[in-house]
Design a protein around this ligand. Structure first.
Ligand code: FAD
Length: 471
């Protein structure tokens, strides 16, 4: 009997829940991937994510070919493509891992309905999180909306059972032997290379494993280094978690067993990821609305000129500009900088958090709806367990604290690289001699600040305090 395994955000051959179950239960398993036209069509033709997926699929295909099988790829709407593949291969079931995003849930419901008409089941499995849906709820069966008790409950429930990896390799002989399948080029998918090759990002499981091995050497210092963007502190594994080129069970098990203070802090971050996943699952309205619904009434100014300056890294605040340029150039932004730039957009530029969320969604190679939405709503004070609205980051203080010698700023704002001392954090406060010595003319080489922080802070406080009411 034949089953299809439909790969989505789980582009690996090891510790893969749906693949494991299909291989155990069927003697002929056919791996399939659908480039979803409904997702791809609106994207610009150069997209790093598509390039990452494409490269990771290439690696997956190579591994499958070594196992004498192959990867069947389609470029279509899965709602029609999956039933067609079932008919083509005379499969009796489709196995896949669950996705918790509202659009994905809708798509899977439609695929399941189409398959039902063929008398075929869509079997779905938990794979991309340790605990999903309502596995971690309060004693009164409601969702946690505060992180610390959620984390406590998560850690209390955790045991070896939830961390064990699925021994896929043991059953790989149940992969169907397939004739060589075509592999579409990026051009055939209507995309062009987006410069992934120039970035220090290696796709596929091999790339993920190499990065993870490198991080293991640093994990015990994670809690000390993770907040400083010029230091190689974090793991940079987010893109691999996003596309499942690594397994969350492998990472969480490592962090849990390693146990050092650094590893525990890192495990906390993996739990934040699940915290936001369960919020999206329980409260899918957060995609369009504030988690705290009364914050939907915030009347943002939404000045397009200020927004464009923020996007382009031309605000005149070096830490914000360096961060936005890092995002634009590499598709990655350090977590501390995501918080600083998000806060700056909302509370200094008074632009709707959804504008920033959308911009990040386009640029981030690790874009994940749940984490991005959660991060933005945290910074905008509209989310659950968010930064209280009256705690407003001062970009200069943040810069002085987390990039004290300006090393990160100099990397992405080379026009400021010769500035000495405190001037690197706030060039407009520097005296003329300091600017001249560094060959910086404000308004020519680098912008004057586009807003005054103290003044905007007062406006933001009034806006948030009187939301929905005329001040
Ligand atoms: P590490 O510090 O090594 O953390 C390990 C893993 O834990 C990460 O890979 C990620 O999966 C998870 N993680 C870490 N911090 C968080 C967090 N605050 N929330 C949820 N998960 C976390 N993360 C994304 O994966 N995709 C996004 O689209 C995204 N958008 C964000 C937007 C904003 C405004 C903010 C403030 C944060 C956002 N984050 C997002 C969370 C975090 O910034 C990134 O996960 C992290 O910077 C990725 O780098 P890393 O893999 O080196 O992280």
């Amino acid at each position: 009997s034949i089953a299809l395994v439909w790969f989505r955000r789980d582009l690996r051959l090891f510790d893969h829940t749906a693949l494991y179950h299909a291989l155990k239960e069927y003697d002929q398993v056919i791996p399939v991937f659908v480039f979803d036209t409904t997702i791809l069509a609106p994207l610009p033709c150069a997209d790093r994510r598509v390039e990452f997926i494409h490269a990771s699929l290439r690696a997956l295909k190579d591994e499958l070919q070594q196992a004498k099988s192959d990867l069947v790829i389609r470029h279509a709407n899965p709602v029609t493509a999956i039933p067609e593949l079932v008919a083509e291969f005379r499969a009796s079931a489709v196995y896949t891992n669950r996705d918790y995003e509202p659009d994905a849930i809708k798509r899977d419901t439609e695929v399941a309905a189409a398959l039902r008409e063929q008398g075929i089941a869509l079997r779905t499995f938990k794979d991309q999180v340790i605990f999903e849906q309502d596995e971690i709820v309060t004693q009164t069966n409601s969702m946690y909306s505060v992180f610390t008790p959620y984390k406590r409950a998560w850690l209390t429930k955790l045991n070896d059972f939830y961390l064990r990896s699925y021994p896929v390799a043991r059953y790989l002989h149940h992969l169907a032997q397939l004739a060589a399948q075509p592999f579409p080029s990026l051009q055939e998918l209507n995309f062009v290379p987006a410069g992934l090759a120039d970035l220090p990002i290696q796709a596929g499981t091999i790339g993920g494993e190499a990065l993870f091995e490198n991080f293991k050497e640093r994990v015990d210092r994670y809690h000390l280094n993770r907040d400083f963007p010029a230091v190689k502190g974090p793991s940079y594994l987010s893109v691999h978690l996003r596309f499942g080129t690594l397994s969350i069970r492998e990472l969480a098990a490592y962090a849990w067993r390693e146990g050092s203070q650094g590893a525990q802090t890192w495990l906390s971050e993996l739990i934040w990821r699940e915290f936001y996943q369960q919020i999206l699952w329980h409260r899918p309205y957060v995609v369009h609305h504030a988690f705290k619904r009364d914050y939907d009434a915030l009347a943002f100014s939404n000045d397009e000129i200020l927004f464009t300056a923020w996007c382009q890294g031309q605000t005149g605040y070096p830490i914000v500009d360096a961060a936005m340029r890092q995002l634009n150039q590499t598709g990655y932004m350090h977590n501390r900088l995501r918080m600083i730039t998000a806060s700056f957009l909302v509370k200094d530029l008074l632009v709707d958090w959804r504008w920033g969320e959308r911009y990040f969604a386009k640029q981030l190679i690790d874009f994940d709806l749940a984490s991005n939405n959660g991060g933005w709503q945290w910074a905008a004070s509209t989310g659950c367990d968010a930064q209280p609205y009256f705690r407003i980051f001062n970009p200069v203080t943040q810069s002085t604290k987390f990039d004290s010698d300006g090393k990160f700023i100099r990397r992405y704002c080379p026009e400021l690289s010769a500035l000495q001392g405190k001037a690197i954090h706030a060039p407009w406060l520097a005296n003329q001699a300091t600017l001249a010595a560094a060959d910086v003319t404000l308004g020519v080489d680098y912008p004057w600040p586009i807003v005054d922080h103290a003044c905007q802070r007062d406006k933001a406080l009034a806006l948030f305090k009187h939301r929905g009411r005329t001040p």
